[in-house]
Design a protein around this ligand. Structure first.
Ligand code: GLU
Length: 311
């Protein structure tokens, strides 16, 4: 199915945080946008806790509580990615049965060194283990290192369409499907979960744009429709770096400690989008993706001096 076809049913959007800590203003702004994109188009809106990696106990629960405090709502059930390992494995098995996987014994350092060589696209896996002979594979197995499983990709590039970035063509390499420790890799899990949850609209930070051609290609290989994408600008700190917890009062709890209510936080986020309103519902009226700022929002959380992003 092309991305231009209208879905037969309203479809669904989602927000898919990793529970590695509290959400900061950048994450909250992306969540608000994902909700606005979904609800303004009559879609369902799901939360998916991406807990295959970097889990901090209690973080997921606090993330859900913060989203709810902002006035965001979602359709049940909340999906915990770790409960879907059998589905991830089934997809990996399908790919393996089709001859589209191979074991990779490379260490991170070996990949970095090989990828730094002056050929091939930047950041792409150079294919070191793609065509190992049986003897070479046996020698690597004998080291006792547990291999990652990679996609035997049949392309090197794939084109996607993004509501904010337009047509985007990017690298598709032999990316990891299953890590050496047996955990499904993000790029595999996200594709399987989005498809099986009926998600046809993916709104997330634009740091993930460059991974999207890989994911869209994998979706087609697995016979899944490609969702619509909207990669939204990040929030940056004073130094132009991606906002992080260490930048100061950036979580809802931090803001509350300064006497700021969730409504005031929504108003701040709305302002960064060139809008006024202190609840998500109020921002639904007149939500227009084509008028969203295309530049990152630069924020000084200590002084709350805002610049950029305000048309
Ligand atoms: N779990 C990812 C993150 O928090 C987001 C994945 C996605 O939206 O596709 O960065």
């Amino acid at each position: 199915m092309s991305t231009d076809e209208q879905p037969a049913r309203p479809g669904a959007g989602r927000f898919a945080p990793s529970p590695s800590g509290d959400l900061h203003l950048g994450n909250l702004r992306t969540a608000l946008l994902a909700w606005l994109f979904a609800r303004s188009t009559g879609r369902a809106f799901y939360l998916r806790v991406e807990d295959l990696d970097r889990v901090r106990p209690g973080a997921a629960e606090r993330q859900l509580a913060d989203l709810s405090a902002l006035g965001l709502d979602w359709d049940p059930p909340v999906l915990w990615q770790s409960e879907r390992l059998d589905r991830h494995r089934a997809a990996i098995d399908t790919l393996a049965a089709a001859g589209m996987t191979y074991e990779c014994y490379c260490t991170r350092r070996e990949i970095q060194q090989a990828a730094a060589a002056p050929h091939g696209p930047l950041g792409a896996y150079p294919g070191t283990c793609r065509d190992l002979t049986a003897a070479e594979r046996a020698a690597r197995r004998a080291t006792g290192r547990s291999p990652a499983l990679r996609l035997r990709s049949e392309t090197t590039e794939f084109e996607i369409e993004d509501e904010l970035h337009g047509v985007y063509r990017g690298v598709v390499d032999d990316f990891v499907l299953r890590r050496g420790d047996g955990t499904p890799a993000y790029n595999l899990a996200v594709v399987v979960d989005d498809a099986e949850q009926g998600i046809d609209q993916v709104v997330r930070g634009d740091d993930l744009l460059s991974s999207t051609p890989r994911q869209a290609y994998l979706a087609t290989v697995l016979g899944f429709p490609i969702p619509r994408y909207a990669h939204v600008p990040l929030v940056l700190n004073r130094d132009g770096k991606r906002l992080a917890k260490r930048d100061g009062a950036v979580t809802l709890a931090d803001r509350a400690a300064l006497g700021e209510t969730p409504r005031e936080v929504v108003a701040l986020l709305a302002n960064s989008l060139g809008r006024t309103g202190s609840t998500p519902a109020a921002l639904l009226d007149g939500f227009r993706p084509d008028t969203l700022p295309r530049e990152p929002w630069t924020l000084d959380p200590v002084n709350m001096v805002k610049s950029g992003g305000n048309p």
